[in-house]
Design a protein around this ligand. Structure first.
Ligand SMILES: Nc1ncnc2c1ncn2[C@@H]1O[C@H](COP(=O)(O)OP(=O)(O)OP(=O)(O)O)[C@@H](O)[C@H]1O
Ligand SMILES: CC(C)(CO)[C@@H](O)C(=O)[O-]
Ligand code: BAL
Length: 280
């Protein structure tokens, strides 16, 4: 496996692979890899001849006061784990390689970024759409892989690819969970044991919402309230949002008639955790 830090090296690698007819898969990450990321790499390996994992803690998607500086980083460990599941290249550029002096171009996906994390983290998806566009332009992948854990992000990328006629396929991979239900996330390392235990209310409340939906409940406000009530029972959790929108358009709904995204973000201690389910 190769570890590249420059755009030129990745471009050379991709050019050579393509010249012998090989397909390219891209798994964009911010590193500190876990089983969720590794599952994206495994899926990529099944679909593509060569798999490039980008590891870049992208400053433009962090807001003031967020955890950009203390976001966990461990390239050696990430390299071992990536190689173990068959990645061919890690692309780990320094910030100045992606945003050199004078940088001033951004990609803005409108409307579906208005709610949920887009509202809670102003500018976040502008940073995500910009860096993902740059990664697509650098790697020119045939297929790019994203996780359903970041449901709005996956929808934003799909919208952007369609709207800007980007020539690639986007695959969204099911959320990988710990055995007790907690969605895997690099930020889980921030959790103290008591917060880790309280955080189980996220997946538990989503499962309960799925049950009442399957039993026939279609009133979005009632399902949302049920989730809020379950999370509020945990004193260590502070709700950022619990919302239901149509999927994939992310429009407000009262009654769930088609697929609906039930998404939540919760703070506990230093961590902000997100999780979701699609009711269909
Ligand atoms: N549990 C998971 N299951 C499936 N995909 C995941 C999971 N966690 C993250 N991903 C996906 O991995 C990709 C890279 O995500 P990222 O590096 O931000 O990891 P993360 O664990 O989501 O970190 P964070 O703590 O920042 O939320 C994204 O497409 C994300 O949706
Ligand atoms: C897609 C991404 C790698 C862009 O920085 C990031 O938002 C993430 O890790 O989900
Ligand atoms: N997983 C999304 C990256 C972020 O929280 O900034």
């Amino acid at each position: 496996m190769f570890i590249y830090h420059t755009i030129a090296e990745v471009r050379r690698y991709v050019r050579e692979a393509r010249s012998i007819g090989q397909s390219i898969g891209l798994v964009p990450t911010m590193g500190y890899l876990h089983e969720g990321h590794l599952e994206l790499v495994r899926q990529a390996k099944k679909r593509c001849d060569k798999v490039i994992v980008s590891i870049f803690v992208n400053p433009t998607q962090f807001g003031p006061g967020e955890d950009l500086e203390r976001y966990p980083r461990d390239l050696d460990r990430d390299a071992r784990l990536s190689e173990g599941v068959g990645a061919d290249v890690i692309f780990n550029p320094p910030v100045a390689e992606m945003y050199p002096a004078g940088y001033c171009t951004y990609v803005d996906v409108e409307r579906i970024t208005e709610h949920l994390c887009g509202q809670a983290r102003p500018g976040h998806f502008r940073g995500v759409a910009t860096v993902v566009t740059k990664l697509f332009n650098i790697v020119r992948p045939d297929v790019a892989f994203f996780g359903q854990k970041d449901a709005q992000q996956a929808l934003v990328i799909n919208r952007m690819v369609a709207d800007l006629d980007m020539d690639l396929e986007v695959v969204t991979v099911t959320t990988v969970r710990e055995p007790d239900g907690l969605a895997m996330s690099s930020r889980n390392v921030y959790l103290e044991p008591e917060q880790r235990r309280a955080a189980l209310a996220l997946s538990r409340s989503l499962r309960r919402a799925e049950e009442v939906f399957q039993a026939g409940e279609r009133d979005a406000a009632r399902i949302r309230q049920l989730v809020i009530d379950m999370i509020k029972k945990e004193a260590l959790l502070e709700i950022d949002y619990v919302e239901i929108y149509s999927h994939p358009e992310l429009e407000p709904i009262d009654q769930i008639e088609g697929p609906a995204l039930l998404a939540l973000a919760v703070k506990t201690g230093r961590a902000r955790l997100i999780d979701n389910t699609v009711l269909r």
